[in-house]
Design a protein around this ligand. Structure first.
Ligand SMILES: *Cc1c(COP(=O)(O)O)cnc(C)c1O
Length: 332
């Protein structure tokens, strides 16, 4: 089976497993796990932030970041298709008392004006005050969209001007970096909190990192424990992630090339394929998913008339070509 449902299905390679097996470990809740401490500092350095915190999931990294920026009864603005809005099961409301409003977008692409039009900073005693804006780069449900740098800068300028916090959901920031050639520090700069996933395209088995100032990360560490996310000998996981950071970032370019091969087989406009995610319109997604599976290709229905196909570490160029041959024959 060629599994194109998600880049979360990647399994650790044997070299990564060796790095994990040899990891020196300690109790990370006591701050004594050397690999985890190194990973946190390494990711913070790469993203140009002061400190980092390893978390069991991207959702937890996002939710820790958001709760540091938005108080109960205050407002977060996000894209209507944002992961923090659609795929974290209301966590911002449940855990942090955060209310959310969303702006509409085309394929998740950020347009500063759409954000500015709905923001209500310092709204007083009658209306909810906007205290943070979340940006997603690349944009998952938008189709792996890389955010336009000028629009990001415009939103950052607006947020600074009005004292609004900024969170970057950078689950696939690595893909944005490789696809655009923009340095990670530039992509992660100007945000107060940033989350990145280690277990998607990078291929580590578990985990994300939240980066911010040392002060915010210290607060996030307390909340992580409160959420039940304080873990012990995490060095085994951190060693896999550190291996991935060394070996699996640049190769994301292969995933992007493979995604274009799959897009071509489905007559998807290549201009809509920035990175490793392809969305294809089909009349009957359930039938398409079943027919693809019969041909040895797993794809995911996402929406009433769309399927999502994602390339990753466990899909070789040959796999992508084989998948393209199968998918091209299916009725759409
Ligand atoms: C995958 C993903 C996350 C985190 O998901 P978890 O399953 O909680 O690790 C966050 N944001 C985006 C955009 C994602 O694609």
């Amino acid at each position: 089976m060629i599994d194109l449902r998600s880049d979360t299905v990647t399994r650790p390679t044997s070299a990564m497993r060796r790095a994990m097996a040899e990891a020196e470990v300690g109790d990370d809740v006591f701050g004594e796990d050397p690999e985890t401490t190194l990973l946190e500092q390494e990711v913070a350095d790469r993203l140009g932030h002061e400190a980092g915190l390893f978390t069991p999931s991207g959702s937890m990294a996002n939710q820790l970041g958001l709760r540091l920026l938005v108080g109960p009864g205050e407002e977060l603005l996000a894209d209507v298709q944002a992961h923090v809005v659609r795929a974290e099961l209301g966590a911002a409301a449940v855990f942090s008392g955060i209310t959310t409003r969303t702006w509409a977008s085309d394929r998740g692409r950020l347009v500063a004006r759409s954000v500015e039009e709905i923001a209500e900073p310092n709204a007083g005693a009658y209306s909810v005050s906007t205290t943070a804006i979340a940006v997603e780069n690349t944009h998952n449900f938008g189709g792996g969209t890389v955010q336009p740098p000028d629009q990001v800068r415009a939103v950052q300028h607006f947020a600074r001007e009005h004292g609004i916090g900024l969170h970057l959901d950078g689950a696939r920031l690595w893909n944005a970096h490789v696809a655009s050639g923009t340095p990670l520090r530039q992509l992660a700069g100007g945000f107060d909190t940033v989350s990145v996933c280690l277990s998607k395209g990078l291929g580590a088995p578990v985990g994300s990192v939240l980066v911010s100032t040392a002060e915010r990360v210290a607060a996030a560490r307390i909340w992580r424990k409160r959420y039940g996310g304080g873990m012990r000998q995490t060095g085994i996981l951190a060693a896999g992630a550190r291996y991935a950071l060394r070996e699996h970032v640049d190769r994301l370019a292969e995933d992007h090339a493979n995604a274009r091969v799959i897009a071509a087989a489905l007559d998807v406009d290549p201009a809509t394929v920035d990175t490793n995610i392809v969305f294809a319109e089909v009349s009957d997604p359930a039938a398409f998913v079943a027919a693809a599976a019969e041909g040895g290709v797993r794809v995911m229905q996402l929406g009433r008339t769309t399927v999502r196909l994602v390339t990753h570490l466990d899909v070789s160029a040959e796999d992508a070509e084989q998948a393209a041959r199968v998918l091209a024959t299916l009725p759409r």
